[in-house]
Write a protein that binds this ligand. Structure first.
Ligand code: HPA
Length: 289
């Protein structure tokens, strides 16, 4: 929805109204599938990690195009639908496919679904992504729980007027919820899975980094690098939503090996990591309060 401009000044976009519109349609679908239950978490499936959607029991599939204002992913490896159903015995809202900053448009597009989830009363966000491994000794195919991030995208989804009840200056000290992280780490131990914990550097993309940039990121304290997740976490924290995020390390970051990177390799590795990732998410969700 566009607000007419006043006196030649560009009109502010009515983000709140757009979010409400999408939430209204999605709420009806949630009621159809879950009755009075609210999803305990929204689960964002990163590049090549949409297979988790098949684990959501009797999922009601809602194509993004049926949700007014909902941005559509344009990248291979990202489907475009929401899934409403049960995972680990708990009601969830799965999001198979997200948009990234590099796909263009205003930065708030990437956090649209987070704002919708907030309107629907969802209180936790479980994000996933594909990322390049920077930390020495960490290998493609392994998983990393994000403990903190570096926002190097140069932007924020919160730029512009405050939307609804969001905090103008959200605190990011505990951006990645300690309690939820402990649950996920505990599940990984129980399942005998390797789960590193580290700092995720978010880049704008879409080009992969140069080897010099990766050396810089390592010096800045980054353990993995990717092009997503951080804008959504920032928006979620502005809304008081608890966040937990897992990176699937899909490749050595640029320059770690003397070889070029490509998106196909990223998708190939997520395929190998999927089964472990899916069990980790489902069992963690079972234990969420
Ligand atoms: N860099 C940025 N984004 C990525 C990478 C990477 O190496 N791998 C997967 N997503």
């Amino acid at each position: 929805m566009r607000v007419p401009s006043v006196a030649g000044r560009p009109a502010p976009r009515a983000i709140g109204a757009e979010v409400e519109g999408a939430a209204c349609v999605l709420r009806e679908r949630i009621e159809t599938r879950l009755g009075d239950d609210t999803p305990i978490a929204a689960i964002t499936m990163g590049s090549g990690l949409g297979g988790l959607g098949a684990e959501i029991e009797d999922a009601l599939r809602v194509p993004y195009e049926e949700l007014p204002g909902w941005p559509r992913p344009t990248v291979v490896g990202h489907a475009g639908h929401a899934l409403i159903g049960m995972l680990g015995g708990r009601p969830v809202l799965g999001l198979s496919g997200r948009v990234h900053l590099y796909e263009g448009g205003p930065p708030d597009r990437v956090a649209f679904y987070v704002r919708v989830a907030a309107v629907l009363g969802v209180r936790a966000l479980f994000l996933s992504n594909a990322a390049g491994a920077i930390r020495e000794g960490w290998r493609p195919g392994e998983l990393m729980l994000i403990s903190d991030h570096l926002n190097l995208t140069g932007t924020s989804p919160l730029i512009g007027p405050v939307v609804g009840a969001e905090h103008r200056f959200p605190d990011l000290t505990f951006a990645y919820d300690r309690e939820l992280r402990a649950i996920v780490l505990g599940v990984a131990t129980e399942l005998g899975q390797t789960l590193h914990e580290g700092v995720y550097a978010a880049m704008h993309g879409p080009a992969f980094e140069t080897p010099a940039e990766i050396r810089m990121l390592r010096r800045l304290g980054a353990d993995a690098v990717g092009m997503s997740t951080v804008p959504e976490v920032i928006a979620a924290r502005a809304l008081g939503i608890r966040c937990v995020a897992v990176s699937c390390l899909t490749n050595y970051a640029a320059g770690v090996l003397d070889e070029p990177l490509n998106h196909e390799e990223v998708l190939e590795t997520t395929k190998l990591a999927q089964p472990g990732f899916q069990r980790l998410v489902a069992e963690s969700i079972r234990r969420f309060s």
